[in-house]
Design a binder for this molecule. Structure first.
Ligand SMILES: Cc1cc2nc3c(=O)[nH]c(=O)nc-3n(C[C@H](O)[C@H](O)[C@H](O)COP(=O)(O)O)c2cc1C
Length: 396
């Protein structure tokens, strides 16, 4: 926090981040302490507020704070601090910490309109943006001393959203090769008919986008989907279970992470007809045979995957109760030899196929995490957090 009149609004930001489960460490500049007291922020964050660069003890606060951070948010960010960050100054605990850290940086400027519009501030903001900082706001509205214009701190909710997005963009999958399968398969009956399912591909697309945003090199193996895959991601088409198996087998030896979000048919017609079946010939008899269980092959067969890679399976279940969903996820994880299994409820109108939200649990060797009813993007990030945790463990 820096010394702006909007400093009081940071209480809400700190409170919300702490509520969301973040470990929040507040750093205040000397000017910030003229506007709000440290005691409030100690109470709201649950941690002492850091103000001193020179602790007098053996610890070096700016090093400890910088190395421990996953995300830095400056709210409010004064014109002065923006200038210091742009030039690399490090003359107080806040700027020294921010020069030291490599985590994503979110800046929420707040100041008088004249200060915001000054060429110096504009140039500093442009420099910071170019270096990858996320600038949120300012908003237009009433300002100090009866003024009006651009310069108000954004609302805490908007800042939290930007902070969460920036966290998702942490490059914790940088350099990793990730395969994501998405969509449903179509098993031919004849040249025009198939056995398919209602998978839209949205969950796999969300995982692929989130992994790419976190720095991974992603290949999407895509079956039948309701919409086009996200732009900028390599795509391999695989319409049948057999095609999907072949694509995954080809890619798996180089993959650090495989996420099997596709709904692959369990059975296919044994003998697809070469010619179109005629209605006049009456209802055909279809003999079905099992397809290869791709997840199980990846989980159990030797030499298919890169050693130390992480395998994630999905289970589509008609089950809204998180406890029972958890039991199903644990059972599937054990049966298939996957590292993680996400069991999602496909029996409700707000979850599963064709909708943007999902009710899901994630099973790992450490237990079951209930993700609740969330957007598919949020579920993708929760899943990738688990993947990163397991990758870090397997690399130790
Ligand atoms: C009442 C008052 C309100 C201020 N509000 C702001 C503000 O909203 N934005 C800003 O950039 N500076 C504002 N300032 C000026 C800063 O406090 C000043 O530039 C200070 O050096 C900032 O230090 P810091 O960036 O290290 O926190 C204000 C000053 C006063 C006296």
């Amino acid at each position: 926090m820096t010394g702006g009149i909007a400093a009081y609004k940071a209480i809400e930001v700190v409170r919300t981040l702490a509520y969301l489960g973040a470990e929040v460490r507040v750093i205040m500049t000397p000017s910030a302490q003229k506007f709000v007291g440290t005691q409030t922020f100690t109470a709201v964050s649950g941690n002492p507020v850091a103000t001193e660069m020179f602790s007098g003890g053996p610890e070096v606060p700016h090093v400890e704070l910088a190395r421990g951070a996953s995300l830095a948010v400056v709210a409010p960010a004064t014109a002065n601090t923006l200038a210091k960050l742009a030039t690399g100054a490090a003359d107080d605990l806040l700027t020294a910490t921010l020069l030291m850290t490599r985590c994503p940086l979110v800046l929420a400027p707040a100041m008088h309109r004249e200060m915001w519009e000054h060429e110096a501030t504009a140039a500093n903001v442009a420099t910071l943006r170019e270096r990858g900082a996320v600038i949120v706001g300012p908003e237009s509205g009433p300002l100090l001393s009866g003024d009006h214009g651009a310069g108000r701190l954004v609302e805490p909710s908007e800042l939290i959203e930007a902070a969460l997005e920036a966290l998702g963009r942490a490059q914790d999958l940088s350099g990793m090769r990730v395969i994501v399968t998405a969509g449903g398969t179509q098993e031919p009956i004849d040249p025009v008919r198939f056995i398919g399912n209602r998978s839209s591909g949205l969950m796999g697309f969300a995982v692929a986008s989130a992994a790419a945003a976190r720095g991974a090199k992603v290949t999407l193996v895509v079956g039948a989907t309701a919409t086009a895959p996200p732009l900028g991601i390599d795509v391999l088409e695989a319409k049948t279970a057999e095609d999907m198996l072949a694509s995954v087998r080809q890619l798996a030896p180089d993959a650090d992470v495989i996420v099997k979000a596709a709904a692959v048919a369990d059975f296919r017609p044994a003998h697809p007809h070469e010619a179109k079946l005629k209605k006049a010939s009456g209802p055909p008899e279809l003999e079905l045979v099992p397809t290869t269980d791709i997840l199980e092959e990846l989980g159990k067969a030797a030499g298919v995957r890169k050693p130390g890679s992480i395998l994630v399976g999905f289970a589509a279940e008609i089950e809204a109760d998180p406890k029972k969903l958890g039991e199903l996820a644990v059972a599937k994880r054990a049966a298939k030899g996957a590292d993680l299994v996400v069991a999602n409820d496909v029996g409700s109108t707000d979850s599963g196929f064709e909708v943007r939200t999902n009710r899901a649990v994630i099973a790992s060797a450490d237990g079951v995490q209930d993700a609740g009813l969330v957007s598919k993007g949020a579920l993708a990030d929760a899943l990738l957090n688990e993947v990163v945790r397991l990758l870090q463990r397997s690399q130790r």
